[in-house]
Design a protein. Structure first.
Length: 619
């Protein structure tokens, strides 16, 4: 009874506050939306010349679009328009009944209420308003150890028990809403992985920042200590390097390593990472406090190389408390023997490891003999490491989630199929944009991801086929999105399907150090991961993250040189796991690794980087 009454009051408050806040929000949303996504601006034309591309596909290009001026920005591409229309239909009364449908803007606008203008809803009773987002009929599964039944969350929302159920929903909307946007994963986390995660959360709670244990360990500064091994809490401090894709890959590897070695993962986020992700661990923080003794001068601590080279006796029992482990590919010719038990035995003696890397080094953990068995128990399906850990760790912050969910609902929610295109062009290859575009078409047509264009101007009416496909293009260059959009606007498709092309943002060059850039990058990665099929570029960590989060095996575009479209244009990956680009070259005895598969059946050379390693599932 009481809860019902409270609920009513809360609801009324929401109504009143909503009616005041709503017009502000709409304005705010529109302003933000427009400033953040710049679709097609700056594009003027694409000259699709014949070149030497002989492929039938490119004939389409040639015939269709010799000097195509960009189409007007009408239709759905006028985002202002869409959002305005949607906004008109929002009634404060959320009478929507059942279903998983992602339709209205109710969800979006409520999100904004919390996201956009912090503090404005502060006097609204949290408990009664927050869980109101999303569809009504959650499938309540019994969630173990849930202290508050009133906020209990279904197993579907928890991604089959991967996520802890004890978070406040409002603080991180994406955590429990992602299931509305992504199909349920066919890959289930093992019970053992789930128990390891819950165990880790417990440990993090007890050892995290601002706990006694934390102060005790970090307070030692650079003094050495004999008590290291005995100290209860050990830490792994992660330092960012390289772009967002690399960072997400190394973070997940670091987290796995932390779990396996009973360390607490703490991240040193600069301003470019702050506000990007939610806190992943309940009742604690993964952010390294700024008073960490080596916040700035982390490069000055004793290095892993020295530690390994020196005779342990030179330390006379006073081992370093802090150790820098640099696993960046450029650092030591990737000859660090990190994957060897004797190295691991040494590392185990140090209380705080400061780790910096730009690599997905998770496969090397599978090479560590003492960890192999544990890993197999955690991941019976070996190609699901990033899929599970990525979905566990990386929840877009409310700001980022606002962008993702609004974009999704404006463009992708109602289409029958979503094709993600992630195009990274390396300057060194000097491949003209139209060659890449031709390659994309050759690939999508060959694998029936997109229909061919109808060159005969035949009489098929598009009305016959109501299938609507969306192509989401992520690239630094606008030419791809515009080129595709133009093609599919000029001609019908042979199947009569309607193709819509969207490119959320493009920046012409990659930057690595500002927060808005990373939020946009995360938005694109996440949107790609919500697609039904993916086409990605070689060696792109951006693509790896999207494919693994989405549980997708993408088609990967082959390297094109000059104006020749490669044949075959693309190749399907054998596993959704990211590639470890610069793996160890030697085994622990110092012998060159000739054939990794002979040593480790679950590891193969990557399709896109021959010398790289990736995990595969053996079925
Ligand atoms: C493309 O069309 C524009 C305007 O129609 C024209 O000014 C330009 O010269 C054309 N470019 C090429 C390469 O044909
Ligand atoms: C978008 O649509 C709105 C509303 O119809 C219109 O006022 C505005 O001019 C359009 N913007 C562009 C760039 O087409
Ligand atoms: C608003 O909703 C009504 C029915 O609820 C629908 O007919 C109408 O098309 C919607 N308008 C917009 C702009 O979506
Ligand atoms: C929601 O309820 C509808 C109708 O009762 C049902 O068909 C649907 O399966 C339910 N969805 C979930 C996620 O339980
Ligand atoms: C929700 O989706 C189902 C199919 O998934 C569809 O039958 C139903 O009409 C949709 N409801 C609304 C309100 O869009
Ligand atoms: C740590 O090392 C620096 C020099 O590297 C020294 O100045 C400082 O006093 C040391 N701090 C402690 C607590 O030993
Ligand atoms: C409509 O498109 C779908 C998907 O490509 C295709 O399977 C189907 O044959 C098409 N229908 C017609 C009438 O062409
Ligand atoms: C490596 O060994 C595997 C398993 O025996 C074999 O299938 C594969 O062809 C070998 N690869 C190379 C490059 O020799």
């Amino acid at each position: 009874m009481e809860r019902k009454g409270l609920g009513f009051v809360g609801f009324r408050t929401l109504l009143i506050v909503g009616s005041i806040v709503f017009p502000m929000l709409v304005t705010f949303t529109l302003l933000r939306q427009n400033s953040i996504f710049d679709i097609g601006e700056g594009f003027s034309k694409i000259n699709v010349m014949g070149g030497r591309a002989k492929n039938a596909v490119t004939d389409g290009l040639k015939g269709g679009a010799k000097n195509v001026t960009a189409p007007t920005r009408g239709e759905v591409h006028n985002e202002t328009h869409v959002l305005e229309k949607e906004a008109q239909n929002v009634s404060a009364e959320d009478k929507r009944g059942a279903g998983q449908n992602i339709t209205g803007s109710e969800v979006v606008l409520k999100e904004n209420a919390r996201v956009g203008i912090p503090g404005i809803l502060e006097d609204t009773p949290q408990r009664n308003t927050t869980p109101d987002v999303g569809p009504k009929n959650y499938s309540y599964a019994d969630v173990e150890n849930d202290p508050s039944p009133s906020t209990s969350i279904g197993n579907v929302e928890l991604l089959d028990g991967l996520l802890a159920s004890t978070f406040d929903k409002g603080s991180c909307l994406s955590r429990y809403q992602s299931y509305l946007y992504r199909k349920p994963s066919p890959y289930k986390p093992s019970p053992y992985l789930k128990s390891k995660l819950r165990h880790y959360e417990h440990l993090h709670r007890n050892c995290g920042p601002h706990t006694k244990s934390y102060h005790r360990t970090m307070g030692t500064g650079n003094r050495s200590s004999k008590k290291n091994v005995a100290s209860k809490c050990k830490y792994l401090v992660w330092i960012a390097s390289n772009g967002l894709g690399n960072r997400m890959l190394t973070l997940s590897s670091a987290f796995l390593y932390a779990m396996l070695t009973d360390r607490i993962l703490l991240v040193r986020f600069g301003t470019d990472m702050v506000g990007l992700f939610c806190e992943p661990f309940p009742d604690s923080s993964w952010l390294l406090p700024k008073n960490f003794p080596y916040w700035k001068n982390w490069k000055n601590v004793e290095t892993y190389e020295n530690f390994r080279k020196n005779d342990i006796n030179t330390y006379k029992g006073f081992l370093p408390s802090f150790l820098l482990v640099n696993l960046q590919h450029s650092h030591d010719g990737h000859e660090n023997f990190f994957q060897c038990d004797n190295s691991q035995d040494l590392l185990q003696k140090v209380a705080v490891l400061i780790l910096t890397s730009d690599q997905y080094f998770a496969p090397s953990l599978f090479m560590i003999p003492s960890l192999k068995q544990e890993l197999s128990k955690m991941f019976p399906e070996k190609d699901t490491i990033f899929h599970h850990l990525g979905r566990y760790l990386f929840h877009p912050s409310n700001d980022a989630w606002g962008l993702i969910s609004r974009y999704y609902e404006a463009h992708l929610a109602k289409v029958n199929q979503k094709i993600g295109l992630q195009i990274r062009v390396y300057n060194t290859h000097r491949t003209p944009h139209q060659t890449v575009l031709g390659e994309i078409l050759a690939c999508t047509h060959k694998h029936k991801l997109l229909p061919e264009l109808d060159m005969q101007k035949s009489v098929i009416s598009p009305l016959k086929n109501q299938t609507l496909k969306a192509v989401l293009v992520a690239s630094l260059f606008s030419e791809y999105g515009e080129g595709l959009r133009t093609l599919y606007m000029k001609k019908h498709t042979v199947t009569g399907e309607i193709i819509k092309v969207y490119q959320p943002s493009h920046e012409e060059r990659q930057r690595s150090n500002d927060n808005m850039h990373n939020i946009k990058a995360l938005t694109e990665i996440y949107l790609l991961s919500l697609c039904d099929a993916l086409i990605t570029s070689q060696k792109s960590t951006f693509g790896y993250v999207a494919q693994s989060l989405g549980g997708l095996k993408p088609w990967i575009l082959q390297k094109a040189y000059g104006e020749t479209i490669p044949d075959p244009p693309c190749q399907r990956l054998m596993s959704m796991e990211p590639c470890f680009h610069y793996p160890p070259k030697h085994d622990c005895m110092g012998n060159g690794i000739v054939n990794i598969t002979l040593l480790f059946p679950h590891i193969r050379n990557c399709e896109d980087v021959n010398s790289g390693f990736k995990l595969v599932n053996l079925s």
